[in-house]
Every structure is written in C-alpha cells, then in structure tokens.
Ligand binder design. Structure first.
Ligand code: ADP
Ligand code: MG
Length: 477
C-alpha cells in the first residue's frame, strides 16, 4: 500500500526526491530556492492534509469499558503479530504495556471447584495488555490500526470507577476490516475460554471474572443421588430449547432452581459442572456477604453476562434480614427478602435468565419464594447415600478394583458405622456423612483402597462438645 500515510518512507518515494537530485539542472543550484519554497508549501500541505485525513479518511471506533467486547479487543491487541518490514517495525510498537495479574489458590484436588482448594498456595497468571496511551499495531501487511486507550474524566456514578475507552482508528479504505477485528477478538476470547468455565463475581457493582477461566468440571465428576442430576439437567435443557414457547406466550423466559441441603453435598460443584456442560458461565453472588445490598443485587441482575447461569448462594441470608428489618425498619448492608424477590421477578430482573439458588437452611425460607419464575424446581441435595458412595469409589478406584470387591467392603464398613442413616447395632448411632468428606478420604488415600477402608471412621461427622464437659472438639471413635 504505497499511499499509506502512516508510512513516512513511502511518502519520500512519491515525491521522487532522488530523481530530482539526479537532474543536472536542479543540481546546478537554480532549484534550491524553489525547493525551499516547495518544502514550506509541502509542510503546510502536510499539516492541512493530516487534518483533512483525520476528518475525511479515517474511521474512529470507540469502545467503552462497559461493552462486553472491551476485554476481548484488549486481549486481541496484545496478541503477538508478524514483525513486518523495517518501517512497520519502527512504528508499530505497543508502548506502555500493562500487566494484569490474577492469582488463585491452587486446588489440591486440581478439580477447581468454585470454593474448593484453599491449600494456601497461590498461582499467579500474568497477562500483558496495552497500557494507557497511544499505540499502533500492524493488523496485516499494509493495514495499521492506531489505538488509544484512555481513562475518561467522567466516572461511573454508582461505582466511582473512572470510565475507560479504547479508540481504534483506521483508514476509511480499511473500514471493512473492523468487522474482522471484532470477529477475531471474539473468537480469540472464546478460544481462551474453550473447555473452561468463567465464573463472574460481583465486584464494585459490576460482574468481574473471578480469576481466570477454570477448566470445565465434567458433570460426571459430581455424584448426586441416583437420577437427580439427570432430572435437573433434563429440565434445564428442556427450558433452553423452549424459548419460542415463552416468547409466543409473552411469558418471561426465566427459570429458577433451588438446591438445598447440608453443606459439602456438591450443590456449588454441580452448578459449575452444569454451566460447563451447557457452555455457560456462572455469575455468582453470595447473599450472606456483607455489602451485597438490594440496590446492588438489582443492578447486577440488569447486566448479567451473556450466556450465564445466575447463582445466588445462601439465599436464607435474605430471610434473616427480613426479620431484622421488621424489627428496626432498616435493612442494613445485606439483601432483604423483598430485594431478593424483586431481583428474581421484579422489574429489575433481566429478561432471559436461569437462576440457581442454594441454601443450607431450607427451613428459613419463605413459601413465597417457591413460585413459577422465582423457583420452578426444588431439589434436595442430601447426605451421601450408598449409591453415591459406590459411584465415588468407582471414580477413584475403579481401575484397581476390577471385581468391585473393594467397593463392597467399603460400603459394608460405612454400613457398620451407621453412616447411611440406619444402624442395626444399638451401640452405633445412625448418622450421615457428606460426599465432600468421602472425596477428602479418597484424595488422602490416592490409589490405596485398603487405606481408604481403614480410615473410613474418619467419615463420622465430628460433634462439638461444650468446653465444660472436657475437650472442645471430639471425634467419636
Ligand atoms: N456429590 C459430590 N460429587 C463430587 N464431589 C463432591 C460432591 N459433594 C461435594 N463434593 C466435593 O466437596 C467439595 C465441596 O463441595 P460443594 O460443591 O462446595 O458443596 P456445597 O456447595 O453443597 O456446600 C468440592 O471440592 C466437591 O468437589
Ligand atoms: Mg456451596
């Protein structure tokens, strides 16, 4: 592209200066004065021309930080590119790189459950992005894009965070390439998230990815009681396929699920795995967190990331607050019952939505929550059953326990310990254990069936005995 004004070297060859200097008349000195005048003229022409170019021949595209494409384009800009020629190398440079560091704790099981892990070690991931200021990148031979990333002087009134914009400038003649830029950036972002699940959490009144995308958790790795998983997955898939039905009837295209039961039974893990299965992301809010107010919840719901499952953890927190509000008329820094209902089906509720609510305390919820559009399906995810214990066993030891004898002995041992809620031995109380505890036992005894069976007593839930009657924590033998 010889007419590209962004390449000064080509401009020289257009003027044909060498031809001029090889001309004997010119070399005789007569032309020198004329050359001076021409240069002055030329300079003025260049200045005027630049302004004209800016006005007439360039296209600007401004992308605001609020736009979903913002992070994609930033990431795309930082992609390594072919070096190009001498001039291209001189002018295309990402000056001012900014480093974005995300850290996450390393999950000892490597499974990356949302709240799994916590071994204390962290893994840092650095990604380089164009910093603030102007940059020029060479999109492809002869096509350059000027980039300006700036912090705007205005701020987001709700978060106090400065607005930020990214402006891409291209030649008018190259404007058709803009579509490519966005397509490529989107594809890149998708490739980056392929096989991964992005988990968003509420930060400064916006959804922000929590760490980098996690490897998808296979649905098969979450063992719920027989048929439970299939029932929920089937319902969600049916809902996803029925959008037209809702549109035709003018019904909001929303569905809500409530998973309840004791902690450590796989509720959160299941929702994460389900998102992976559907190729959705997870937008998670924990209602028991301080600072999650009604306003914030309403605001978050109006801007759910596309193709995401809304996950509201610990919804019982909203009901505790209702009582508090009744008493003193002030809702405090957490979500109230009416705030939750509004979020689920009030005006603030987004149009299309799949919501999963979780709670460990179903008894604290209000029946008003269980209504079409709020909660359409309620499922108890309970303590480990024989079926689950056996399934988990075969996931961990299936390859070394060919005839299943180990599994049988394990289940029998749990039965002896009364861990499936029934006991034939009057000296052994009937009790329960959790799938999380079984996972812990198997992870501790990797590849060691005998070890797992021997240590099965560790699955007995610990009971807390008051200080006065001796030891603070007692693990019954
Ligand atoms: N049913 C299950 N199947 C597989 N893993 C489970 C199951 N239940 C719990 N876990 C494991 O235990 C940990 C805690 O599970 P989580 O999903 O957070 O439970 P909940 O949300 O019900 O409290 C996770 O590491 C998860 O992998
Ligand atoms: Mg949970």
């Amino acid at each position: 592209m010889s007419t590209d004004p962004l390449i000064p070297a080509t401009a020289q060859s257009i003027l044909g200066l060498d031809v001029l200097f090889n001309n004997p008349v010119f070399a005789g000195g007569i032309g020198l004065a004329g050359l001076g005048a021409a240069a002055a003229l030329g300079r003025r022409a260049v200045i005027g021309g630049t302004a004209l170019l800016r006005r007439q021949m360039l296209v600007n595209v401004e992308i605001s930080k609020r736009d979903p494409s913002y992070p994609w384009v930033l990431q795309w800009l930082a992609q390594p590119r072919e070096p190009g020629g001498f001039v291209a190398q001189r002018i295309t440079r990402l000056r001012n790189l900014a480093v974005m560091t995300t850290t996450k704790s390393i999950d000892p099981g490597g499974r990356g459950a949302i709240d799994g892990g916590g071994a204390g070690r962290t893994h840092a991931d650095f990604r380089v992005q164009p910093g603030y200021g102007r940059h020029i990148i060479r999109h492809r031979p002869g096509v350059f894009i000027a980039v300006n990333r700036e912090k705007a002087s205005t701020t987001n009134t709700s978060t106090g965070e400065p607005h930020e914009t990214l402006t891409l400038t291209l030649l008018w003649a190259h404007r058709h390439l803009l579509a490519d830029v966005f397509t490529e950036a989107h594809a890149l972002a998708q490739r980056f998230a392929e096989g991964k699940t992005v988990v968003y959490s509420a930060r400064r009144m916006n959804w922000e990815p929590l760490g980098k995308p996690r490897l998808k958790r296979p649905l098969g790795s979450v063992i719920l009681d027989e048929g439970v998983k299939e029932r929920i997955v089937g319902d969600v898939k049916e809902f996803l396929a029925a959008q037209q039905w809702y549109t035709d009837r003018g019904v909001p295209y929303r569905r809500g699920y409530l998973l309840y039961g004791p902690p450590g039974t796989g509720k959160t893990s299941f929702i994460q795995a389900l998102a992976g299965e559907l190729d959705y992301s997870v937008a998670m809010v924990n209602l028991s967190e301080v600072g999650i107010t009604d306003d914030l919840l309403a605001q978050l719901l109006t801007q759910l990331p596309e193709k995401s499952i809304l996950l509201l953890e610990d919804v019982d927190a909203a009901f505790a607050n209702r009582r508090q509000r009744d008493a003193d008329g002030y809702s405090g820094q957490t979500v109230t019952f009416s705030g939750l209902l509004n979020a689920l089906d009030g005006l603030a509720a987004g149009e299309d939505r799949i919501a999963f609510l979780t709670t460990n305390h179903i008894d604290r919820l209000d029946p008003a929550l269980i209504r079409p559009g709020r909660v359409d399906m309620m499922v108890r995810i309970g303590e480990a059953t024989r079926y689950q214990a056996a399934e988990m066993w075969s996931r961990y030891y299936g390859d070394i326990d060919g005839d299943g004898a180990g599994c049988q002995r394990f289940i029998q041992r749990l039965d002896e310990l009364g861990l499936f809620g029934e006991s034939k031995d009057p000296s052994v109380p009937a009790r329960h254990t959790s799938t999380a505890a079984i996972q812990g036992l198997f992870q501790f005894n990797k590849g060691d069936m005998e070890g797992a069976i021997k240590m099965a007593e560790g699955l007995i839930p610990q009971t807390f005995v008051p200080e006065s009657s001796g030891g603070s924590v007692k693990s019954p033998a």
